[in-house]
Design a protein around this ligand. Structure first.
Ligand SMILES: Nc1nc2c(ncn2[C@@H]2O[C@H](COP(=O)(O)OP(=O)(O)OP(=O)(O)O)[C@@H](O)[C@H]2O)c(=O)[nH]1
Length: 367
């Protein structure tokens, strides 16, 4: 019982990212104003002299720390670690009270390196745990931003949850087309839409299934194609509810809905696999080692639930590039369902290339 949820004192960290002007601060305010979410310490990162976003975050009684030293994704990874450690020590001395941390990045940040910092920094790995990457993509400028900026494509591809904002300013069919495009970029993300961050504050936290007590439905939502599972009832049409496993039978090809995409979108590939039988340990190790050593820097996210031949219960794992959260063994799982499910999202790797990599998992050692 050493790693049960009750004994896990690591503080959950949410990365809130999104396109420039997409509505990150607006969403953050809406979340902070919902008392049922508990208290959050917020780290805001903003370019330039003025901490503009800080001024925009309404008083909510939450502790706000502002970092102004530049883009989180490049120059201030050390500062991020120091900032979080300072918050945690003030919390330990009862100077501050909070249950979680939210990092709001600049519109230009690539969330990958921030996620990595949380995983590789010795102190942070012990004291914090990744709770999820939330990306805000606005329905008005989002399609053009995806065309123009690869960072925006990376943000969408790395997300656990994509919040489509400003759906009040475009037609329902434009919202649906945009959500389809986002879903193709990141079939493993849940996609919700919201006007000014309203109606979705209960969907922002607890996205990661990396906990031994994770429910089956949470694990499936996190590790599978969980397209458009829910949305705020605010005008735009609700996208059709997708079967979370619909795109995961073997190496089923990705959906080929003819929606707009761009050169940038084409740089992102994703594929998933469901394996009916437990995987030999050596095969899983070899697959992961090969993927990481050959294409590690291009892997934006790998998530999965895996049954190995040598263990009865499955484990959930999560990685960014070559860095992995410690795998978490689930305490309970339906005895009938012994299928492993793995999804990989990568940059500059095509879907067939990722599929070919996943194919290795079907190999069996010859006696
Ligand atoms: N109509 C409408 N306006 C919105 C919505 N969400 C945000 N806005 C407006 O969009 C503008 C930008 O919102 P912010 O929350 O500051 O966006 P941001 O992503 O934090 O911006 P940067 O930090 O500059 O990248 C503000 O004027 C918001 O009021 C929405 O859903 N509908």
């Amino acid at each position: 019982m050493t790693d049960s949820k009750a004994n896990d004192i690591r503080v959950p960290v949410t990365i809130l990212t999104g396109f420039l002007g997409a509505g990150k601060t607006t969403l953050l305010n809406a979340i902070l104003n919902d008392a049922s979410n508990g208290r959050a310490a917020v780290i805001v990162n903003e370019f330039g002299e003025e901490g503009l976003d800080h001024d925009l975050i309404e008083e909510s009684g939450d502790e706000i720390t502002l970092m102004q030293s530049g883009c989180l994704c490049c120059s201030v990874r050390g500062d991020l670690s120091k900032t979080i450690m300072l918050l945690l020590s003030r919390r330990a001395y009862k100077q501050l009270e909070f249950e979680r941390i939210v990092i709001e990045t600049t519109g230009l940040a690539d969330p990958g390196p921030i996620l990595q910092t949380l995983l590789v920094d010795r102190h942070l790995a012990k004291t914090t745990k990744m709770d999820g990457v939330v990306t805000v993509a606005d329905a008005v400028n989002g399609p053009a931003t995806l065309d123009a900026q690869f960072e925006a494509v990376s943000q969408a591809a790395t997300a656990d949850l994509i919040v489509v904002s400003k759906t009040d300013l475009v037609s329902p069919s434009e919202v649906t087309a945009f959500e389809d495009r986002l879903s193709r970029l990141n079939p493993a993300a849940q996609i919700v839409h919201s006007v000014k961050g309203q109606g979705i504050s209960d969907k922002i936290y607890g996205l990661s299934a990396l906990t031994p007590d994770a429910k089956t439905s949470d694990v499936l939502a996190w590790t599978s194609d969980a397209k458009a599972t829910a949305s705020a009832p605010l005008g735009a049409t609700q996208p059709a509810k997708a079967d979370p496993l619909a795109n995961l039978s073997g190496f089923a090809s990705t959906k080929s809905t003819p929606v707009a995409s761009s050169m940038h979108d084409d740089r992102i590939g994703s594929a998933s696999i469901v394996l009916d039988d437990p995987i030999p340990d050596v095969v899983f190790d070899r697959w992961l080692d090969t993927l990481i050593s050959l294409r590690g820097p291009d892997v934006l996210r790998i998530k999965g639930i895996v049954f190995l031949e040598s263990v009865d219960l499955p484990f959930v794992f999560h990685g960014v590039q070559h860095v992995f959260d410690p795998p978490v063994q689930l305490k309970e799982w339906s005895k009938e369902d012994r299928r492993s499910r793995i999804v990989v999202i990568a940059r500059d790797l095509s879907q067939p290339e990722i599929q070919a990599s996943l194919e290795m998992l079907k190999m069996r050692e010859k006696a």
